[in-house]
Design a protein around this ligand. Structure first.
Ligand code: AP5
Length: 605
């Protein structure tokens, strides 16, 4: 019934009995992805996986379980867009309930965008049809309409993603991740798509689609007896039915999908694109096509000179990033840790300024840099300011470092405790022997009068409102005078505080808040704790311009060491609920209120 040549080519080069599954543990993934890409005569289970993946570049296989029938990828037709025009290739995930049309749309996406299609369903069916050990293991789960264990599927996906073609052409991941833990495996390895497409189709339609689905083992095309009947009698006669396409199994698959869907979507909440999949397939594809073209366009825009060059220029910096240092509750921090944070802040600030941003703020909240906990920590903050100022001065810029002076009148005259004496400390600090201080660096206060013609950049140390006194009027006058020159606020505290009678403010409250919000974060770092405690550290939130907010969980290791594991990333600063949900692995939008032990996070932002 099926062309023998197809089977024999597969059997002779692609399949060897799989000796063991033990290597499939997640811990071995990194080594698996970097090992040889040879496809010939695998001698280990690992190379077996790789070799079978290589073959599936050409053989998009499926079978009625237990049979050995394969389908070959249809030859790509139509225009192929190479998406890597000087930028990273596209990375796309497609998800949706069983029979929502993922495979159908993937065929069209691959034709148009030339991405490498990685379908876990197809990979598994190929293992089953080849009778490998992995296939034999997977078969019982698939036949029952259940998920195959994570360690099997995850190893398969990682191996496939690490191949050169996926790196060069980009990838289209179909059917993975299918559980929260699978999504976390990708997050831990920092494998993220540009967009996460979810095909949305009502349940009753899904069941009919599955029951009517037929597959052509020769061309790999997906048919439906009613919706997309085969073109000829010859094709019709060779169509096969998937073993898991019975009504009963579809219902079980659907239930499993629903249980997991929201948890996975929450991982990608910022890049999720839900698409109505209950329309003609051409119409659905049109929407997907314009979405992907838009993603490509946005990438090209990012690459244009004047726009965000750091993607290229500073990629090295980001790649070199060593992760979050440990033992951050031990103060004073070592010189190395302090240096680490100074460099982290400096690089982000430089990227933002190079990108033409002018109203910036740095918010860094670790015990060592938090004068709210201990006023003596202001010294470390000064050290950070010195690193920034000297670096800008090295670039030939005139930097004005500003500390607000006394505010208020009469009995209310004074300045925030943290800032008392700060200006003197700045003046007495060691600014190097080569004359930067006085020539390229000057110290001033906050206000329009502080803005001189030769100043290029203003660094303002912890500007803050105090009860009865608002710094915002002076700050606004200063930024107005500075015009397009960068103004960088270091750990500002511009929350509105009660005024005092008789003290007039020129701006109304809304305007003041609006002004405070006009500074964008070029750097953000905050440790996360239980409510009302400073121990133990539960995690951290970091953002370094122009990258996303990264949420980390601190994990104790058996050796007594600790590490930070990434939980999720966000395009905007996440709110308390989002942080709580990410820690709990909860789906977004379901539990809006912070709850349980993680309620501690409320109010920290
Ligand atoms: P997999 O093969 O991924 O199955 P699935 O997710 O259930 O999806 P389907 O392949 O059934 O449907 P589809 O969305 O691709 O729809 P299609 O385009 O074919 O996984 C199978 C099994 O492998 C799982 O159950 C699990 O055991 C295991 N597995 C896979 N990944 C795993 C993972 N990560 N972890 C653990 N286990 C894993 O379309 C369906 C039908 O509808 C066709 O007949 C088609 O012609 C028709 N159709 C398509 N679009 C339209 C349209 N717009 N209008 C009308 N009809 C349409």
């Amino acid at each position: 019934m099926f062309p023998t040549s197809t089977f024999s080519s597969l059997h002779s080069t692609n399949v060897t009995p799989t000796p063991s599954l033990s290597y499939l543990s997640t811990s071995s993934l990194s080594s698996s992805s970097s090992t040889s890409s040879s496809s010939s005569s695998p001698s280990s289970s690992l190379s077996l996986l790789q070799s079978s993946c290589l073959h599936r570049r050409h053989l998009r296989s499926f079978c009625a379980f237990g049979d050995t029938q394969l389908r070959i990828d249809p030859k790509s037709k139509g225009l192929k867009v190479t998406c890597s025009v000087g930028s990273e290739p596209l990375k796309v995930m497609i998800s949706g309930a069983p029979a929502s049309g993922k495979g159908t749309q993937c065929e069209l996406i691959v034709q148009k965008f030339g991405l490498v299609h990685i379908s876990t369903g197809d990979l598994l069916r190929a293992e089953v049809s080849s009778g490998t050990e992995i296939g034999n293991k997977a078969k019982e789960f698939m036949n029952a309409g259940r998920l195959v264990p994570d360690e099997i599927v995850t190893a398969m996906v990682m191996t496939r993603l690490s191949r050169q073609d996926a790196k060069e052409k980009g990838w289209l991941l179909d059917g993975y991740p299918r559980s929260f833990s699978q999504a976390q495996s990708l997050e831990e390895l920092k494998i993220r798509p540009d967009v996460y497409i979810v095909l949305d189709v009502p349940d009753e339609i899904l069941v009919n689609r599955c029951i009517g689905r037929r597959l052509d083992p020769v061309t790999g095309k997906i048919y439906h007896l009613k919706n997309f009947p085969p073109e000829t009698e010859e094709i019709k006669s060779r169509l096969v039915i998937r073993r898991d396409d019975t009504e009963e199994k579809v219902k079980s698959r659907l239930e499993i999908y629903k249980k997991n869907a929201e948890a996975i979507s929450s991982t990608y909440s910022n890049i999720v694109k839900k698409i109505n999949g209950n329309r003609p397939k051409e119409e659905i594809f049109k929407e997907i096509e314009s979405l992907l073209l838009q993603v490509q366009k946005d990438r090209v825009k990012m690459m244009k000179p004047g726009n965000i060059i750091p993607e290229i220029k500073n990629k090295k910096n980001q790649d070199n990033w060593r992760g979050i240092p440990t033992k951050l509750n031990n103060i004073p921090h070592s010189r190395e840790i302090r240096k680490y944070f100074y460099t982290d802040v400096l690089e982000a600030t430089q990227r933002a300024i190079n990108d033409g941003r002018t109203r910036l703020k740095v918010e860094i909240n670790i015990p060592e840099l938090n004068p709210e906990m201990d006023v003596y920590r202001i010294g470390t903050l000064m050290e950070l300011v010195r690193v920034l100022a000297l670096s800008f001065a090295d670039d030939g810029k005139h930097v004005k470092v500003c500390v607000q002076g006394s505010m208020g009148e009469g009995a209310l005259i004074g300045m925030p405790l943290q800032l008392a004496g700060t200006r003197q400390i700045l003046e007495f600090m060691d600014w190097g022997d080569y004359g930067a201080m006085g020539n390229f660096i000057k110290i001033g206060s906050v206000g329009s009068k502080e803005v001189d013609e030769q100043d290029d950049i203003f660094v303002i140390v912890a500007p803050q409102n105090a009860v009865g006194n608002c710094i915002i009027d002076d700050l606004k006058a200063m930024t107005d005078a500075a015009g397009n020159r960068p103004v960088i606020l270091i750990n500002p505290r511009l929350k509105d505080l009660p005024g005092s009678s008789g003290v007039m403010q020129t701006m109304g409250r809304d305007k003041r808040l609006e002004y405070a919000a006009s500074f964008e974060n070029c750097y953000f770092f905050r440790l996360l704790y239980y409510a009302g405690t400073q121990y133990p550290i539960m995690g951290a939130l970091r953002m370094s311009f122009p990258y996303r907010y990264e949420l980390y969980k601190r994990v104790d290791e058996p050796s007594g060491k600790e590490k930070y594991v990434i939980l999720s990333t966000f395009p905007e600063r996440p709110d308390t609920d989002e942080v709580n949900d990410a820690f709990l692995g909860k789906p977004r939008n379901k539990t809006k209120e912070a709850s349980g032990i993680w309620g501690f996070l409320s109010g920290i932002f």
